[in-house]
Design a protein around this ligand. Structure first.
Ligand SMILES: *Cc1c(COP(=O)(O)O)cnc(C)c1O
Length: 369
C-alpha cells in the first residue's frame, strides 16, 4: 500500500526493520545511541551545540506542542496566534485548556500570514509575549514561513514557538539564525520519514533553563527534560521512552543524510507536488490553493461533483493500492493528498493514474480525461 497521508508517513523498510529488537532504555549502549540522535536533531535544526538542546517527549505531536506552550508561556500569559487552518485551531484548544490565552489573528485558510498583518497585530496587542504559529498547515498545505514570522517577531521584541510538525527537515530553517525562537517542535513521522511515538522540541538552553516549573506539569515540562539531560547526560530519560521508535528514527536520519539532507528532501517533495497538481488539473480537478500559496507537503483539491463521495473515493483508491485521508479540514469539501514520506515521483505518477481510474469508477470525473 502506498500511503499518501500527512503522517504517519510511508517509511523505508530499513526504518521499520530497526524496530524488531527488545531494548533496555537505561543500558549504556542505548544511552550512547540516544545521545547521538539528540545531537543529530540539533544539527538538522541548524542549532549550535551547547547553545541549543534537543528535548524529546513521549507521545504524538500534540504532546510536544502543548509542552512547548506550557514551558515557555506562563499560565495566564497571552500569545498571538495566526488562525489560518485547523492546526492553529488545535493550538488554540491546547493552550486554552492549559490556561494560556491565545489572541487570535483571523485569516482565510488559503494563504499564509503576512509580515504587515503580524506587525499590526503586535502593535494592537502589547500584552502578548509570544507568537505561536503553524509552519506547514497540514489541513490545507499553506506555509507560514519562519522567515516571515521571525522578522515580525524580532521587530516587535516577541518570542516565537513554531509548530513545525509537518515541515521540519524539509522546509529550510536554521535555529542559529532565529534568536527569537523559544522552541521548534516536530515528530519523526512526517518529513524525516520515521515512525510515530515521540516528539522533539529544539530550544535555546538559557531561555529554557530559566522556565523550570512554569509548565505546571512535570510530564510536559521541557525545562525539566533539559535539567535531566544536563545532570545525567542526553542519553538519559526521565520516564520510559519509546526506544524502538528512537532507534528507527536514527536510521531514518541516516537515510535523510544519504539522500542529501533538507535540500534533497524538499526537492523530492516539490517534484511529488508538481506531479500531483498537474495530474489532478489534467483530470479536471481544482486545487484548493492558488499555486503561489501551495507548499510542498500537502495537496488539497475541491471535491468534484457527479458520483463523488469521499469515503467511496478512498475505498476505490485503496483497492488500487493507494491510501489517502478520509476526512478534510477545509471550510469547503475537499480531499487531501500527502506528498511527504518515502514516496518517489514515480509513486506519485502511479497514484495520479489510480486517482483517475477511481474517479472514473465513481463516475466523478469532471470531464472525460
Ligand atoms: C501532525 C501534526 C501535528 C501533530 O499531530 P499528532 O496527531 O498529535 O501527531 C501537529 N501539528 C501539525 C502541523 C501537524 O501536521
Amino acid at each position: 500500500m502506498l500511503l499518501l497521508i500527512p503522517g504517519p508517513v510511508q517509511t523505508d523498510p530499513r526504518v521499520r526493520a530497526a524496530m524488531t529488537a527488545d531494548i533496555a532504555p537505561w543500558d549504556l549502549d542505548f544511552r550512547a545511541e540516544y545521545a547521538a540522535i539528540r545531537a543529530k536533531v540539533t544539527e538538522i535544526a541548524g542549532g549550535i551545540p551547547g547553545r541549543h538542546a534537543t528535548l524529546p517527549l513521549q507521545g504524538s505531536g500534540h504532546f510536544i506542542v502543548e509542552a512547548a506552550i506550557r514551558t515557555f508561556i506562563p499560565a495566564g500569559g497571552c500569545f498571538l496566534l495566526p488562525m489560518n487552518g485547523t492546526y492553529a485551531a488545535r493550538i488554540h484548544r491546547l493552550a486554552s485548556e492549559a490556561g494560556r490565552v491565545p489572541v487570535t489573528l483571523e485569516l482565510p485558510d488559503t494563504r499564509p500570514v503576512t509580515e504587515a498583518e503580524l506587525d499590526a497585530a503586535f502593535a494592537a496587542h502589547p500584552e502578548v509575549t509570544h507568537l505561536c504559529a503553524v509552519v506547514s498547515e497540514t489541513g490545507t498545505g499553506i506555509i507560514n514561513d519562519p522567515e516571515v514570522l521571525g522578522a515580525a517577531a524580532r521587530r516587535a521584541g516577541k518570542r516565537v514557538l513554531l509548530d513545525a510538525v509537518s515541515a521540519f527537515g524539509a522546509w529550510p530553517f536554521r535555529l542559529a539564525d532565529h534568536p527569537e525562537v523559544d522552541a521548534i517542535t516536530f515528530t519523526p513521522n512526517k518529513c524525516l520519514e520515521g515512525l510515530p511515538g515521540c516528539g522533539f522540541a529544539v530550544c535555546p538552553v538559557e531561555h529554557t533553563r530559566a522556565r523550570l516549573g512554569q509548565a505546571g506539569s512535570w510530564s510536559l515540562d521541557l525545562a525539566d527534560v533539559l535539567l535531566r539531560a544536563e545532570r545525567n547526560g542526553s542519553g538519559s530519560s526521565r520516564f520510559t521512552p519509546a526506544p524502538q521508535v528512537l532507534r528507527a528514527f536514527g536510521v531514518a536520519m541516516r537515510l535523510y543524510e544519504e539522500e542529501g539532507g533538507q535540500p534533497a528532501r524538499l526537492a523530492r517533495y516539490r517534484e511529488n507536488m508538481r506531479i500531483l497538481r498537474e495530474g489532478m488539473e489534467a483530470l479536471g480537478l481544482r486545487p484548493y490553493l492558488a499555486v503561489e500559496h501551495q507548499g510542498p507537503i500537502i495537496g488539497t483539491f475541491h471535491q468534484p461533483g457527479g458520483g463523488f463521495e469521499l469515503q467511496r473515493f478512498v475505498d476505490a483508491l485503496k483497492r488500487r493500492g493507494v491510501l489517502i485521508s478520509n476526512f478534510y479540514n477545509t471550510e469547503e469539501p475537499t480531499f487531501r493528498v500527502g506528498c511527504i514520506g518515502a514516496v518517489t515521483p514515480d509513486d506519485m505518477r502511479r497514484a495520479v493514474s489510480a486517482m483517475g481510474d477511481a474517479l472514473r469508477e465513481l463516475d466523478a470525473l469532471p470531464h472525460t480525461a
